[in-house]
Design a protein around this ligand. Structure first.
Ligand code: TXA
Ligand code: MG
Length: 338
């Protein structure tokens, strides 16, 4: 199959293909999504095939308006409504009780719940509206790879497997939405941290829990996606958390083992060690955590096109937006710290 690249003024052509049950990757404010008509089982099945995604990992539904939500979910709580009003459109996905017989069965395999969000991207909203159905949209990467933050990343992973890519340029946030389980409104749980932080959610609905990123042995994770390896580039990633001396030791240690070391780090760090590394990718100024989030996945993917054999990546403080940054970085590193 030929994968076509559509510009935003060719959005109607992309919508027509979606209506026919084809897959179209589309930009959102977080990462690119792999769109399929969420009411069409054949289309949804293709999503799992194209990504190589395990069939028990449910998909997020993307809607174009807040009002639509009531058509798809049961027992919509006052707290959930508060969150929708505070954060939609935006990078907050809510897990709610699903109404029966609306979505294709593979969207919510064996579950009584569904993940829904309204993206803060005009291109995404227009595409959903023109297609006229809610779109299933997991991140548009091969399963296990970092999510795509540019159309080129999607093309790299999925060319030949999907009908097209709607190119909306680089995405803004750079990592996937916060996933919040609201099925029990009294006990909201963050299943995946994101740009809508725990602190911001608590300002609207009070205390929320956050699940630890890796469930213990024998424990079944609340979000099926949590049990799979994620966000990993081809080169191993090691997290470095520390001062100049520790960085020096880390670089020296791996180079002695014959590794060609790449640095994924802040400008402050690179100003000391740029010359020592095989190649580098800047996360920006250390004080700017949202810029580090925006660049993290592009950085992880960058080294594939270099001679680098091992990536040393800089830790950020584990609070506020840094929680989401460290969550994705720890997954891509398989939790390996120097
Ligand atoms: O920002 C995003 O959320 C992006 C853009 C494209 O919207 N989408 C995205 O989708 O990251 P995906 O499929 O890569 O991640 C969805 C996550 C998975 O970890 C999945 O297991 C979880 O949400 N999830 C989906 N439905 C669920 C449900 N009913 N209950 C619990 N977890 C669910
Ligand atoms: Mg994903």
């Amino acid at each position: 199959m030929d994968t076509k690249l559509f510009t935003l003024d060719q959005l109607d052509q992309a919508a027509t293909l979606l209506k026919k049950g084809e897959l179209i990757a589309f930009p959102t404010e977080t990462v690119y999504g792999l769109g399929a008509d969420a009411t069409n089982e054949e289309a949804v099945k293709k999503v799992f095939w194209a990504k190589g995604r395990p069939s028990d990992n449910p998909l997020i539904i993307h809607v174009a308006s807040k009002n639509e939500l009531e058509k798809y979910v049961e027992n919509f709580s006052r707290q959930a409504l508060k969150l929708v009003n505070a954060f939609w459109p935006g990078p907050l996905t809510l897990i709610l009780q699903v109404k029966e017989a609306i979505f294709a069965p593979s969207v919510t395999p064996g579950l009584k719940t569904v993940a829904v969000r309204m993206p803060d991207s005009q291109a995404a909203l227009d595409l959903i509206t023109r297609t006229g159905v809610p779109l299933a949209g997991p991140s548009a990467n091969t399963s296990g790879m970092p999510s795509p933050t540019a159309a080129e990343h999607v093309y790299h992973d999925l060319q030949g497997k999907i009908a097209g890519i709607l190119d909306g340029g680089e995405t803004g946030v750079g990592i996937e939405s916060t996933v919040l389980d609201m099925t029990d409104p009294e006990n909201p749980v963050i299943l995946r941290p994101g740009a809508v932080t725990k602190e911001a959610i608590e300002e609207v609905i009070g205390d929320v829990m956050i699940v630890s990123s890796s469930p213990k042995n024998g424990e079944s994770p609340k979000s099926p996606g949590l049990k799979y390896k994620h966000y990993s580039p081809n080169e191993p990633v090691v997290i470095v958390d520390g001062n100049r001396k520790i960085w020096e030791n880390a670089i020296h240690y791996y180079q002695k083992q014959g590794e060609k070391v790449g640095l994924l780090a802040s400008d402050e760090c690179l100003s000391h060690f740029r010359e020592k590394a095989e190649d580098v990718f800047s996360l920006g100024n250390k004080a700017n955590v949202s810029l580090a989030l925006k660049r993290l996945y592009a950085g992880l993917r960058y080294f594939e096109h270099t001679d680098v054999t091992l990536i040393l990546a800089e830790a950020y403080e584990n609070n506020g937006l840094g929680t989401a940054y460290m969550n994705r970085l720890e997954k891509s590193a398989g939790n390996v710290h120097f």
